[in-house]
Design a protein around this ligand. Structure first.
Ligand SMILES: [Fe+2]
Ligand SMILES: [Fe+2]
Length: 309
């Protein structure tokens, strides 16, 4: 079979809605785009555990602490599932972890912003996990079997994260005036990073075309952002939170929300390593990796692990 015939067969399978599995023929670009995407997703789950994990000792009360511990544990588990899914494409996990800690592989920008108050934890659980659910529900219908299956399991747990985030927000917004003010302040800060969560507008996105053609990403950045707005803006208004975008409006005919574009220069600055928390968060991840090296060394002879640093 020639490469053209293989490609035609591959594209016909995707058009029929079939899933591509690890042993199947695939174009190299399909493989490399998927690895990039799944690896970044896995990195994001792992890095996302840091800001929330640091709040565990300060959680107000036993039940809040239990819920937060469970959530952080879930996020690390999501990273594990996703690194495994990426490994099915031929890239070893230790290589991906090393690329994360040396800064050559990216993760979601939202985890490079500070979580200074307890209300930030509420916002991450509600706005960011809510955005992750929109994204992952779409991505799980994509063409690569192992990624879709991992995401189905992950979104099931994300639904619990969203509930705990929403419950935190409701508690704060219906609490004392100090709690309400803390909630509004955190919400106003998180609005813009949330708008950036789905990535740059479609016309600026370099990867969208190929990701759509091969069914890796069934909906574009702008389409995903719109789904989030449709779901969240009515809830935000219902809770009485003030949205810091004064130009936000809903088109009566199409029902679409129009937003002020966030600062995309800031987006690219943060993704290239110069956000408010990039250095600190990566340094912490590096420290955890170094502290775990004794365990990797101890396991090495028994599990044929790659040589520990
Ligand atoms: Fe997650
Ligand atoms: Fe989550």
């Amino acid at each position: 079979m020639t490469d053209e015939a293989r490609l035609a067969d591959f594209e016909a399978r995707i058009a029929r809605g079939e899933k591509i599995e690890p042993g199947d023929w695939m174009p190299e670009r399909y493989r490399s785009q998927l690895i990039r995407l799944i690896q970044q997703h896995a990195n994001s789950e792992l890095m996302g555990a840091l800001p929330e994990g640091q709040w565990i000792p300060y959680a107000p009360g036993f039940k809040r602490k239990m819920a937060l511990i469970a959530k952080v544990q879930d996020e690390v588990g999501h990273a594990q599932l996703l690194y495994r899914a990426a490994e099915t494409l031929g890239k070893p996990r230790h290589e991906m972890i090393e690329e994360l800690i040396n800064g050559s592989s990216k993760y979601s920008n939202v985890f490079n912003y500070p979580c200074d108050t307890w209300a930030d934890i509420a916002m991450v659980g509600w706005l960011i996990d809510g955005a992750a659910i929109v994204n992952q529900t779409i991505m799980q219908t994509g063409s690569y079997g192992p990624y879709g299956r991992a995401l189905r399991r992950i979104t099931y747990e994300e639904a619990f994260h969203l509930k705990q985030g929403y419950d935190l927000v409701v508690t704060l917004i219906t609490g004392t005036s100090a709690q309400r003010a803390m909630c509004q302040e955190a919400f106003s800060r998180w609005w813009w990073p949330t708008m950036m969560f789905f990535g740059p507008p479609d016309k600026q996105s370099v990867h969208t075309e190929v990701l759509q053609r091969w069914g890796i990403k069934p909906k574009t950045n702008d389409e995903q952002r719109q789904i989030w707005l449709q779901k969240f803006v009515p809830k935000i208004l219902e809770l009485g939170l003030e949205i810091p975008d004064t130009a936000l409006r809903r088109d009566a005919e199409s029902g679409e929300w129009h937003i002020t574009q966030p600062d995309w220069n800031e987006f690219f600055r943060v993704i290239n390593g110069d956000g408010p928390m990039n250095r600190e968060r990566l340094a912490l991840r590096r420290l955890i990796y170094d502290e775990g090296s004794w365990l990797r060394r101890a396991l090495e002879p028994h599990l044929a692990l790659p040589k520990a640093a």
